[in-house]
Design a protein around this ligand. Structure first.
Ligand code: MG
Length: 219
């Protein structure tokens, strides 16, 4: 079972369901020419697609356009069903920075046919995540800045104050559909600047004190 690392005591947590929110930043919706939705767009990744910094990213053979999407990632610490926005943060044990890797060509083809996105979002190594810091380390989850550099060049800069659906709203929304369980992860959507990865790329993620580096396997 995949595990994440919760700092500062290096507690290893078994990962359950990986929830992802799509289309949560206006400029990213515009760059892909998508529509703004009244409700969060929710999809899943298999837990087996999750990697931490100990493994390289593997670009799948079926795609020639795998995009990085840099996202705030939440670790659920407490079971919750129909959680109110006021209580939402009590259910989040930790925060990380991660990548929702997306085979954009595959996703576009599936979307045009009205089919699920699973192949484009759920391939081996498609969910990358840093270590987690306890939520208390962050003053305000609604004002976190994060970034991605690829091969030393700034590619994405995020600011959670620009989210369409806030962290409490996301927790309330998912838990209105199904029970959130300890060990579940929630990817909260990417800001603009998504672009294709190439073999041997080096990806440096940063958010506050959190840092993570991933490399793409060489061809
Ligand atoms: Mg995403």
């Amino acid at each position: 079972m995949p595990q994440i690392n919760l700092l500062p005591d290096n507690v290893h947590v078994d990962v359950g369901t990986i929830y992802c929110i799509g289309r949560n930043y206006i400029k990213h919706i515009q760059e892909l020419e998508n529509e703004v939705n009244a409700e969060p767009v929710l999809f899943l990744k298999p837990a087996a697609s999750l990697i931490t910094q100990h493994r390289e990213i593997e670009l799948p053979a079926f795609s020639s356009d795998v995009h990085h999407e840099t996202e705030l990632v939440l670790l659920v610490g407490r079971e919750g069903r129909n959680v109110s926005e006021d209580h939402a943060l009590h259910h989040i044990a930790g925060i990380a920075i991660g990548l929702d890797l997306t085979a954009r060509d595959t996703q576009t083809a599936l979307r045009e046919k009205g089919l699920p996105w699973t192949v484009s979002k759920g391939f081996e190594t498609a969910a990358c995540v840093s270590d987690f810091l306890p939520t208390q380390h962050f003053q305000d989850l609604g004002a976190l800045e994060f970034s991605l550099h690829v091969n030393g060049e700034l590619r994405q800069q995020g600011d959670t104050s620009l989210m369409i659906f806030s962290v409490p709203r996301i927790v309330a929304f998912i838990s209105s559909i199904v029970t959130l369980e300890p060990g579940d992860l929630i990817y909260t959507g990417t800001p603009h600047g998504v672009a294709a990865l190439a073999p041997a790329d080096r990806l440096d993620l940063a958010m506050g004190e959190l840092r993570a580096t991933f490399t793409v396997k060489s061809a």
